[in-house]
Design a protein around this ligand. Sequence first.
Ligand code: ATP
Length: 931
Amino acid sequence: MPVETLPVAEVCRSLGSGLGGLSAHEAGARLVRFGPNAIAVAGKRSLLPKFLANFTHLMALLLWIAGVVAFFARMPQLAASIWAVNVINGTFSFWQEYKAEKATEAMRRLLDEKAIVVRDGVVLQVESISIVPGDVLVLGEGCRVCADARLIESADLRLDQSNLTGESRSVLKTHGEVSCRGMSRLEIPNVIFAGTSVVSGTGKGVVHATGMDTEFGKIAGFTQGIAEELCPLQREMRRVTRVVTVIAVCSGCVFFLLAVTMAGLSWAAGILFGLGMVVAFVPEGLLPTVTLSLAMGVQRMARRNALVKRLSAVETLGCASVICTDKTGTLTQNEMTVREIWLPGAPDGGSLRVTGAGYAPDGVMRRGGEVVAASPGGGLHGLLVSAGLCTNARLQPPGDGRSRWTAVGDPTEAALRVAALKAGIDLATEEQGSPRLRELPFDSRRRRMSTVHRGDGEILVHAKGAPREILELCDRMLMNGVEQPLDESARVRVMAVTDGYARSGLRVLGVARRAMRGDGAMLDGPGRLSTGDIETAMTFLGLMAMMDPPRPEVQEAVATCRRAGIRIIMITGDYGLTAESVARRIGVIRDGRARIVSGADLDTMDEGALDEALSGEVIFARATPEHKLRIVAALQRTGHVVAVTGDGVNDAPAIKKADIGIAMGVSGTDVAKEAADVILTDDNFATIVSAIEEGRAVFANIKKFTTYIFTSNTPEAVPFILFALSGGRIPLALNVMHILAVDLGTDLLPALGLGAEKAEPGLMDRPPRSPRDHVITPGLLVRAYLFLGPLQSLAVMTAFYFLYWTNGHWGEWLDLPSSGPLYESATAMALACVVTTQIGNLFAQRTERVSSFQVPAFGNRFLWLGVASELAVIAVIVHWPSAQRVVGTGSFALFNWVFLFAWAPLLLLADEVRKWMLRRMEKTKHTGVSS
Ligand code: ATP
């Protein structure tokens, strides 16, 4: 029998389960029998094509051809070396890509979905992949359904099935048995399907199909692979590499012609020149290094509690110019404690102070110095019971690894339960005596929640929520045990009390109740009462004001954002005055003229008025997710790069629209997490700022190693130019093999080391870069090719001549021996000098503006590993005869190393002077502007 036609009890029996779910043991056994609850991913590229792709791209093809040319030009040794180098380069690139992919995959595993189930009668969270038929799924707003299940409980449960049906309107699901004649499977109201998500309401379902057996699994179209797209930065680097390659080939051809026509060289020697230029300028290892450095950025962000789902988000984070953040839980701790209770008509203005901290039920209610008891039948008792019964949260006492009382569920609700406990009210007994029949769930648009309970021959409704929204439902108010009409002046008084609490940063909830004649039958069936019928004619009981302290680290993070030119716009569902008080306390607004725009105000504003509001300090209160979406769009229209936080189902559109969508890992719904680019595992605003810092650092690092790699191109090209321009009278200081040894032997690992640099001091003291800024800027090219490069060339040519001069050719420039041991030793000196000066360059590149001596010398072990590797490679090339033969170098006396290392600080010190001048110029500009 299909599960949809059976009554709940029989469905459970047929699946060998019950309302208490499976036992853990049975679930384990079924996992073995049915396999993991996962959809097979097709279309993932296997390793071999990926490996081969590294040998068939433009640059690799060019090197293959270069080898062929060398071979036919009767230079087989060179040909073999170029090919070997191509193989090494391709393998290294593949290794880098593979590592980057593994890092991203590890990240995806961290993002694996979780599901809430009942097992052994206990509600617990498990990995979605371990769900088996018979498991009882617990569903709440924003949950992603991870298996096909037959509903056994439901309360206003609405699902978004658009993933399966394409229909964007949500559908109502109920748990009763139905005859489904004429319905398509996806229309059956009591079955829920994997791949859909809960838009509102709650429910439970017993799983009957998992993995590829689900409707989702059966739809072949959904089994496509994960798109492996390049992010804009990778695309830019690929473009740059191509442009540079074309330039290198063109200059190679020009040099070939120059060498043959002007220097009168043979064709073979001319070809050698051409090849030299090509090989010198082609940035072989750049793209894979960029990819790996982005992936390393992702790993660093994960260590700082930000899980990045796409490489492109790393890059965009670095450009963020506005963060739209909610308040509760992100800027504040989301650890609520009721501090004040207000009862209408009570003496002393009605305010009671509640003592105690956190979720421990230790504390009392005081009026002045006097402890007030909540005696049954009294106003305080009624308020606490109504508020307490209208909650889904649970409190957990210390024990079982917990050092203190903790809350499971919504902290606002937990705080209400704690307040009831402090007054000695046993909510479990109250719940037993008045069982819940229905729930009208909380959502951020309604800003309230109600529960309907069975009373003594009557139905009781308890409601709590934002004071204005609760007052709207009430026509009476309980004053000193007597119900009185709630007139306009009473409403004004309640709102004045609310404002008073809100001004001191407290979050205020109103509480109401209603007794209706009737029984449970009114809540079921076709003529059942609607939300509007239930939430009306209520009696207002009082206010409860709770404290949610700001997170301690947020103030510093907010200050960092100010220095970094990043605006913070708080968009909260909370009340304006509460939001303002918190915003001022943490420094989000400082200006006396800051605007507090409510959702209602925003509705009356046109785009121009909104743009104007957004141009100054502003926070948005009582805002809905739709408002959030509108604000994001307005900011983007004015050119901002916007990061937006969210947690609810309704936040998903704003998260998607944002340049960087950020979901809360702890309190966020699956839907929000799915829409987001970044997930915060600690829900903390400060984490967003750390992620932005990492994003900036990754971009800066890519610039650093690009400059590093480009710099050594100049001393690689200069010997060819000098040789050609002197008509062959200046011997060639570096040949093609030497260039390959630098580009692919000594430069690669140090460049990777620069990719692992931490953010340099002051990185967050600058405004964000524009997303249109490129890595390769004229400034970078000038620095590499016209400043550091020529200095390095000077050192290299000096080292080359030094060997001649100290070996019997003192003061001679031209017509020196261009073959034989002396020449080979001189080329070894030139090559070693490239390496030693690159070490200085490496340390120079660690910072862009501040002095390199300001960052800890041993703060980056990859850098030192890089230095060690390049020294090892060059030592082998210079002093090991077999390597000498391959590369074409000769040995030199050890004392020459002293000369070579003397040049090492050259680039570092020269760049220090440049940075110092840059800082001075910026300072002058700054003081000029401010005076
Ligand atoms: P933020 O948007 O910064 O997270 P918030 O938590 O106040 O702030 P919402 O969750 O949208 O935003 O809540 C809006 C209002 O609804 C709250 O200010 C409060 O008055 C009320 N509220 C919050 N949680 C509940 C709840 N569980 N039951 C009833 N009312 C609630």
